[in-house]
Design a protein around this ligand. Structure first.
Ligand code: NAD
Length: 293
């Protein structure tokens, strides 16, 4: 893919704004789209704040900031955005039928897309790909939250993903400075499956009064040198997102992934973690943790 590659990111939520940011930093011309115009505006504000933070921490030169922002545009018109694009990454909600429909529409609208990435955390890449006219160009590009900081990119190859597509995906990873792992399409891939085991068990431990949220997290942070405990990680990911993944893995793999009642109760109450201000912890509007809920 050349210098002038146009990349479209669909979905400007928790993940989409970060994916758009790292692509713009990597030199792509990025068009970020969301159905919700408020999300579009909020995403641009977040990207600017992240980049300014990068300048303060010495990760980015101050004079790089404006050129990066100029490479990033955002709108709620995905049809216009897709015109002339060769790279597409979707970061819309974790819903199989929705992802299938949106990618089928996008590939019909622009058959010239060379690489179609889905940021699904757990859904079958092969099935998403089958909904499009070019399944060989579809690959899982599973980013981690927060995207601009996490080093990992999990590349998930579907049954029909071509060697060329995998090569393009590896090229994208290199250009945006992520370390790729290549995983075959299997429920939860490598990362979500392992992350869920810890996350769900931690919630069950909290539910049955084994320890406080903070102490459960400290067990892994201090005992096993995890940078963040499983409950705080769940707050970062979003409790609704984790619940959706757990339901899928429960159906595909079995009992070990049954979602705990506490997780369902919190999601029903709108306690979705960092993005809603409360989950297992409380969070202020800037995303700073205020302590256990
Ligand atoms: P989110 O709810 O924060 O954002 C999704 C956005 O997609 C919303 O702003 C919504 O308005 C928009 N959207 C819905 N339909 C759309 C459409 N047709 N076109 C354009 N925009 C549309 O969700 P998220 O947490 O960013 O998750 C997105 C995807 O990334 C999911 O598949 C999720 O499993 C995956 N993921 C999430 C995390 C995480 O930590 N949150 C980590 C890795 C992967």
């Amino acid at each position: 893919m050349s210098e002038s590659t146009i990349a479209v990111v669909l979905g400007a939520g928790t993940m989409g704004h970060g994916i758009a940011q790292v692509l713009a930093v990597g030199g792509y011309e990025v068009r970020l789209c969301d159905l919700d115009a408020e999300r579009v505006d909020a995403a641009l504000v977040k990207v600017r704040a992240n980049l300014e933070g990068g300048v303060k921490r010495g990760k980015l030169e101050a004079d790089q900031l404006e050129p990066i922002l100029l490479r990033l545009t955002a709108s709620s018109d995905s049809n216009a955005a897709l015109e002339g694009a060769t790279l597409l990454i979707e970061a819309i909600p974790e819903n199989l039928e929705l992802k299938k429909r949106v990618l089928a529409d996008a590939t019909a609208q622009n058959p010239g897309l060379a690489l179609i990435g889905t940021n699904t955390s757990s859904l079958p890449v092969t099935e998403i790909a089958q909904a499009t006219s070019t399944p060989e160009r579809v690959v899982g590009l599973h980013f981690f939250n927060p995207v601009h900081i996490s080093k990992l990119l999990e590349i998930v190859t579907g049954e029909r993903t071509s060697e060329e597509t995998l090569a393009l995906a590896l090229e994208v990873a290199e250009r945006i400075g992520k370390t790729p792992i290549v995983v075959r399409d299997a429920p939860g891939f490598a990362s979500s499956r392992l992350g869920l085991v810890l996350g769900l068990e931690a919630i069950r431990m909290l539910e049955t009064g084994v320890a406080s949220a903070e102490d459960i997290d400290r067990a892994l942070e201090l005992g096993y040198r995890h940078p963040m405990g499983p409950l705080k990680t769940t707050d970062y990911v979003g409790l609704d997102v984790r619940l959706a993944i757990a339901e899928h893995l429960h159906a595909e793999i079995g009992e070990g992934f049954r979602p705990p009642l506490l997780l369902r109760r919190l999601v029903r109450a709108g306690k979705l973690g960092r993005k809603s201000g409360e989950g297992f912890y409380r969070w202020d509007e800037s995303g700073k943790c205020l302590g256990p809920a």
